[in-house]
Design a binder for this molecule. Sequence first.
Ligand code: MN3
Length: 245
Amino acid sequence: MKKIISAAIAGIVVLSSAFAKPDKGKEDSMYRLNPLPYQYSALEPVLDAQTLMYHHDKHQAAYVNNLNAALQKEPNFNHKPALVDLISDLDAVPESIREAVRNNGGGVFNHEFYWNGLTPNKPEIPKILSEALCQSFGSVENFKSQMAAAAVGVFGSGWAWLCLDPSTGKLKIVKTRNQDTPMNCSCQCAKGLIPIFCIDVWEHAYYLQYKNLRAKYLENIWDIVDWEKICRRYCSALKDKSILM
Ligand code: MN3
């Protein structure tokens, strides 16, 4: 069941039933590591179980722990409970922990968004989404090759994103560095965009399995894209600028 858990800045809202939010009870201000939405081996052979285990249980877990540790250093900072609100308004975060919140809060958000956009179920691309992709990129194949080219072209660590530009109704591909998100990226090209799909191109996302072959990982990832989820995210973004996790 979907429910609105947050109203972010710029009129963007987040719809989710399973999104990193503070643990109630013991520590009001603690964020948690949500489980993967499938088994570690579910995305094989595209992404193997060892890759998913390290990626989720070690890397993503570290972002959660480091985010909580940073927030505990500023106990008087009454931060926004929804993670997307916290990372979308970094100016509100005390300067002493702003960089840590940017990097680790972004790390938690980006990974949940990434996992939730993948599936072992091989869904067809819904017509409404394929039409939108054709309108913005000429064809679905063009979209895939432009997204892969953007992802290959991320220098160092970062992310490639498919976003809706609500001001034009068109889809756009952008890149972010490190754990920046379209909502807090300093690059003006992502301003106001609503993310609907992302690809992690940090080496930890593929290196255990693909070694240095980032392009091969990007060639294979299309077999595990959850097109139905991407379509639901597209429709949510179009309807009321909401980010569907
Ligand atoms: Mn990662």
